[in-house]
Design a protein around this ligand. Structure first.
Ligand SMILES: C[S@@+](CC[C@H](N)C(=O)[O-])C[C@H]1O[C@@H](n2cnc3c(N)ncnc32)[C@H](O)[C@@H]1O
Length: 374
């Protein structure tokens, strides 16, 4: 069966601030990337590219495929044009859609009415083509986006958000999203050949994501995706890609990955997460205070996601960031670093030479400072 198909026009979301890195990841996976917006990248690619993005993407949150764009100035027009689209080519009899609508600078602004008309038109089309049916499985998401009276309909390819890898059941304090952790590792210049240290590890996200990358564990190998329920799903192609990914798996790390936290209960949670993530045998986890830590072996990368300080108080939190900077300058000469800071004031408090990168995380701004200790 041929694997290359007419290109799909897609859009991927990613952590706001990580667009350049996510576009590079998509390009590595075979996509032709286009316009980048805050938190998203347009791209085109064939079915194999879409599958690889889901199987290997570490920085992506969701991918949607565009079904059509058309003018829609009124609800009857929206209904009629939606109903003319060949939904039976995308959806099987067993699928229903849940429509999420947005509207900007358009005459149609009532998103509830837009969603209702689109859903009805799709259902009517499937019924008329003899393809309608009832099902117990959850509906597929269909995004209806009205922009200057033009409606774009895009079908969700992902299902559950891609950064939810599934291993992190035991969450500690303020865990960082898996996708953002991967972006920070990239920015810090970490690669599997370099030792990695996360001495404020919380749920262990940085260490687990790094170890999974170093062992070439494909993030999407063991979970279902929405595109597997599309009519066009090519199961043999997907299985071939999964088998190829499995054949590239490694069992040992080229350089150590160590994580610690001063809170023993948090370390236990990180260990359980590492277990589920398939990397407990290779990540070195222990209890300990950052300020007692002196690195062993050749320099590598230290990543830090210190407390944000809502419970600690302003003066003390600034002091913590200042002490972190001093400790790194004192003991980590030759190491690269990445520190996730909640504000630029706290980034400044570290006193470290740096590059700044701005992200939005859980609705909050965060500043990641990266550099190398000379
Ligand atoms: C924001 S959380 C880290 C979250 C983590 N990146 C994750 O994904 O779960 C900050 C962590 O720093 C730890 N911590 C605070 N002060 C510390 C210190 N002096 N030494 C080691 N760990 C510390 C806390 O116990 C907490 O787990």
């Amino acid at each position: 069966m041929p694997t290359s198909t007419p290109p799909l026009t897609c859009y991927a979301t990613c952590p706001p601030g990580a667009e350049r890195l996510a576009a590079a990841e998509l390009a590595r996976l075979g996509a032709r990337t286009g316009v980048r917006e805050r938190g998203g990248i347009a791209f085109t690619g064939d079915r194999a590219t879409l599958y690889r993005a889901h199987l290997h993407g570490r920085l992506l949150h969701r991918v949607v495929a565009r079904v059509a764009t058309f003018r829609a100035g009124a609800l009857p027009e929206l209904f009629r044009r939606t109903g003319r689209l060949p939904w039976e080519g995308w959806l099987t009899a067993a699928t229903t859609v849940e429509v999420r609508a947005t509207s900007h600078r358009s005459r149609l602004y009532h998103t509830g009415a837009i969603a209702e008309r689109v859903a009805k038109a799709v259902a009517a089309r499937l019924a008329a083509t003899g393809d309608g049916g009832t099902t117990d499985s959850p509906p597929l998401l269909l995004f209806a986006r009205l922009e200057e009276n033009r409606c774009t309909l895009s079908l969700d390819a992902s299902g559950e958000l891609l950064h939810r890898r599934g291993y992190r059941l035991a969450t500690a304090k303020a865990p960082v999203r898996e996708s953002l952790a991967c972006a920070v590792l990239d920015l810090a210049g970490w690669r599997p050949e370099l030792p990695l240290l996360d001495p404020m590890c919380g749920a262990g996200t940085f260490a687990i994501e790094a170890a999974r990358r170093a062992l070439a564990i494909a993030p999407g190998a063991d979970r279902p995706f929405a595109f597997q329920r599309w009519r066009t799903f090519n199961a043999p192609l997907w299985e071939r890609l999964v088998a190829k990914a499995a054949s590239l798996r490694r069992t040992t790390l080229p350089a150590p990955i160590r994580a610690s936290d001063r809170d023993g209960s948090v370390v236990a949670a990180a260990r359980a997460n590492a277990e589920r993530g398939g990397v407990a045998a290779v990540v070195e986890l222990r209890e300990g205070d950052l300020f007692d830590l002196t690195p062993e072996g050749p320099p590598g990368v230290i990543v830090l996601n210190p407390p944000y300080g809502r419970r600690i108080g302003d003066a003390d939190i600034a002091d913590l960031y200042r002490r972190i900077g001093a400790h790194l300058r004192d003991r980590f000469v030759g190491w690269r670093y990445a520190i996730l800071c909640p504000t630029t004031t706290l980034a400044d408090a570290t006193g470290l030479p740096r590059k700044r990168h701005r992200f939005t995380h859980g609705g909050r701004q965060v500043v990641v400072v990266t550099g190398r200790l000379a």
